[in-house]
Write a protein that binds this ligand. Structure first.
Ligand code: CP3
Length: 363
């Protein structure tokens, strides 16, 4: 069935990742890499010398260019739009800077629940984050149907964490203090973020995104109890809200991936949360994941395996594909690639996933 969203774009030549996400049979395992557009690529570093990080995010031509960089180099099965999860706190009125060597910095984080009054709770993300949708539409055109384009958002708790911590944190103790001492205020903030994220993801699909990934990267700081109370219900609400919204707008069905880093305790629950794919971090044993998850999975090579000598990397990647098997599977790293990694290791990883899975399927 041709959907409204497909009509303006070139026909898709490689739909492996979409079919795998929906649990259909594929000829080879699709593969992409978290942070595939980034500082490990010299051509990305060249762009970063010329432009501030958020300027790249906010300029559709630049965001499109860096999104396409890894696609030109490697035989990847998906592109992911270049942006950041922190554009949502920005849309809500918070200042976020990207400082070299430090990462994201919020000069004025949320300290007390009363600080939430400063947020623009009625923000219209369809206009405020228009630059993201324009980047998606342009990139979808420039991809010429080569591979599908993934859109994404941070999940509510991960965004709340950055908004309260004011940047990255080893413990997230400030954000967790809110959970333990200010449960009502915490739920109020998570509800606001959930509403905004749903609208944001629907607009991304309307603009041309063909899959969506929700990053709950800070789930590792929540044990099973906090995860169940402060993350899972909102992840569920997002999946249901996005699926309903895209259906109502005649945009068809789009696969949803949930990546809750460190939530190994809740893999089974995540597989019933309304998503099509559960993303696994590198600490999860593939066999255990298969036991606890009945839908497609994505992952999960330790990113640091990319430092290995080529022969070892081939062996580890082969082992990963063999363990997961070739059905209901999207290969990826178990978290983002690091800036000091050799781009050639990405080629080895991607090509090995393809060759090994094709070999298995021929048998
Ligand atoms: O290629 C892609 O994956 C798409 C682009 C992308 C970026 N950030 C670009 C980026 C995506 C999907 C993200 C998501 C993101 N951003 C997450 C969730 C994924 C994860 O890693 O868990 C998080 C937690 C953030 C917030 C964020 N942005 C941090 C903590 C940092 C600093 C860490 C670092 O790598 O420097 C960023 C900066 C960032 N986002 C960079 C890139 C390419 C590097 C900044 C630079 O170029 O100076």
């Amino acid at each position: 069935m041709v959907h409204l969203s497909d009509m303006a774009f070139p026909p898709l030549k490689n739909d492996l990742i979409i079919r795998a996400a929906f649990g259909e049979v594929v000829e080879r395992v699709p593969v992409w890499i978290m942070r595939q557009a980034g500082r490990y690529l010299p051509e990305f570093r060249e762009e970063r010398k010329k432009h501030d990080f958020f300027t790249i995010c906010q300029t559709p031509e630049l965001a499109c260019e860096v999104t396409l960089q890894p696609i030109r180099r490697f035989d990847l099965d998906a592109a992911i739009i270049f942006s950041d999860i922190l554009v949502i706190p920005q849309a809500l009125g918070m200042e976020v800077l990207m400082k070299t060597g430090i990462g994201p910095v919020f000069p004025e984080p949320l300290v007390h629940p009363a600080d939430m009054d400063k947020l623009d709770a009625n923000v219209d993300v369809s206009t405020k984050l228009k630059y993201v949708y324009e980047a998606i539409t342009l990139t979808r055109q420039k991809l010429e149907g080569k591979v599908p384009l993934i859109g994404f958002s941070g999940a509510p708790y991960t965004l709340m964490g950055y908004m309260i911590e004011g940047g990255g944190s080893k413990t997230m103790s400030k954000a967790k203090k809110w959970l333990y001492t200010q449960p009502e205020a915490s739920h109020k903030l998570l509800k606001l973020l959930t509403k905004v994220i749903i609208a944001y993801l629907i607009e991304q699909v309307a603009a041309g995104a063909q899959l969506l990934q929700v990053f709950e990267s800070s789930a590792e700081h929540l044990g099973p109890a906090l995860f169940e109370k402060y993350s899972l219900p909102y992840l569920e609400e997002i999946a249901a809200g996005v699926k309903q919204g895209i259906t109502e707008r005649g945009l068809g069905d789009v696969p949803l991936i949930v990546f809750a880093k460190g939530a190994y305790h809740s893999i089974s629950k995540l597989s019933y949360a309304g998503y099509n794919v559960v993303g696994l971090d590198w600490t999860v044993d593939p066999n255990i994941a298969r036991d606890f998850c009945h839908i497609a999975v994505q992952g999960n090579l330790d990113p640091c395996a990319l430092y290995s000598p080529k022969e070892d990397l081939i062996e580890k990647t082969t082992e990963m594909v063999r363990q997961f098997g070739v059905r209901n599977y999207i290969a990826n790293l178990g978290h983002g690639i690091y800036p000091d990694m050799d781009p050639e290791s990405v080629r080895t990883f991607v090509d090995t996933v393809h060759s090994v899975s094709e070999e298995i399927m021929k048998k």
